[in-house]
Design a protein. Structure first.
Length: 189
């Protein structure tokens, strides 16, 4: 066989194998599913954390789900994991959906991350967003320059006034503009 014929057959086999190979891949019984498409439930947690260099430590803002009749709904308090705001399941679904539709590059893992004390979180040059689902974890980073632009649209996920206030105040800590924000609206802070 001449070298030209060998090249012809190699190319022909490559072309024939290409569509078949992609067909086999698309018909697999276990296609890769994104963790960001996981069901949002009562165990889903979202954490925003960024501690830029400065005079004081910025606590993470954590969102946890509570039932609609839970007295914690629409409240926030400091815990070992950070400033924790309690939201309804529909609010969490909206928040996760809005985060999933951002332009952020998400790193996904099948392992479920449990939030620990915020004082042990490593410093970073970017804000880290963590979404912990029942079946895995998704993380992304936001550069300080993009922080305000990416976080602003997330206001729409919150219906509870106190929780919206917490999120807007959190953004103010990073120099974001929040028109109409009332710093003393919740005196228990």
């Amino acid at each position: 066989m001449t070298s030209e014929r060998v090249r012809f057959w190699v190319m022909a086999l490559t072309l024939l194998a290409g569509p078949g190979a992609s067909k086999l891949q698309s018909n697999q019984n276990h296609p890769h599913t994104s963790i960001l498409n996981s069901p949002v439930d009562e165990k889903t947690v979202v954490r925003f954390f960024y501690d830029p260099p400065g005079e004081y430590f910025h606590k993470p803002l954590v969102f946890r789900v509570v039932k609609e009749d839970d007295p914690l709904l629409n409240t926030a308090s400091v815990h070992d994991e950070g400033q924790t705001a309690y939201i309804s399941l529909p609010e969490m679904r909206g928040l996760v959906k809005d985060l999933a539709h951002t332009s952020l590059a998400w790193r996904e893992s099948q392992s479920v991350e449990v939030l620990g004390p915020y004082k042990k979180l490593p410093a970073s040059d970017d804000m880290e967003i963590l979404i912990a689902f029942s079946d895995g974890t998704a993380k992304a980073e936001i550069s300080p320059k993009a922080l305000c632009m990416i976080l602003r649209p997330l206001d729409a996920a919150f219906k509870a006034p106190r929780v919206l206030w917490e999120f807007q105040g959190f953004r103010l800590n990073y120099g974001c503009k929040v028109p109409g924000f009332k710093p003393g609206a919740y005196p228990d802070v």
